[in-house]
Design a binder for this molecule. Sequence first.
Ligand code: PGA
Length: 251
Amino acid sequence: MRVPMIAGNWKMNTTIGEAAELVNEMRQGLDAIDNVDKVICPPFVSLAAVRGLIEGSSIKLGAQNMYFEEKGAYTGEISPAMIADLCEFVIIGHSERRQYFNETGDIVNQKVQAALKVGLKPILCVGEKLDENEAGRTKEVVTEQLRSSLAGIDYLGGLIIAYEPVWAIGTGRAATGRQANDTIGLIRHNISELYDEKIAQDLHILYGGSVTADNATEFMQQPEIDGALVGGASLKAGQFLSIVRQTSEIR
Ligand code: PGA
C-alpha cells in the first residue's frame, strides 16, 4: 500500500513572517493526521525558519527548486547539499520553471540526478500544455518528458512524480479524476517498462493542478493517484488541512 502524500507548493508567496504564521495555523491539525504524508514547500528564504517550527511534528519539508552543480561561482543559485541540509524533498521541473526559466529536459535530468546523489527525494513534475492536450498529444508529451527526465538514471531512490497538466495549474480548471487517473496509469506503465513492475507499483505519483478542498476527494478516490501537489490552496491553512483530511478519510 502506498501511503498518500499531500504536498503544498507555496511558490513565490510569503515573507518569513507570513510563512511562520501559515505554519502555525496548520501545524497542529496536520500533525494529528498520521496516515498521510504532509509536505510543505515554502520559498528558500523561509526554509530554515519553517524547519524550526515543524521540528518534532510529522510535517515534512521540501524546496521548490535547486541547481544541479555541487558548488562554485553560480551567483544566486542554491546547491543540492544546501537543500539536503534542510529538506527531505525538492520539486524539480515544475512547468513554471520550464516556461519562465527555460528549463529543458536535459536540465531537469541533471537536477534529478544531482538531487538523488545527495539523498534528496525529487518531486519530478511532468505535464502537457493546453494545445498539446487539445491535439490529443498528452500521452506522447508526458512519456517524452518522463523518459528525458529520467535518462541515464537507474536508481530512483525516493523519487516522486507529479502529473501536472499545464492548463490546469493556477487556472481553476482542474483535470477530471478520470483524466488524471488515466495519465498517471500511463506514467506508471512507463516506469514499469523503464525499471520494473515492483518499482512502478511502489512509486508515488501525485496529481497537481487546481486541487482544492472542493475537488480533492474526486482525485483521492482514483486508484492510480497517490496524492496531490497543491499550489494556491496550500496557502490557506483551512483548505490545505481539509485536503489532507479528505485524503486521510478515503485511504
Ligand atoms: P495550483 O498549482 O494548485 O495553484 O493549480 C499547482 C502547482 O503548480 O503545483
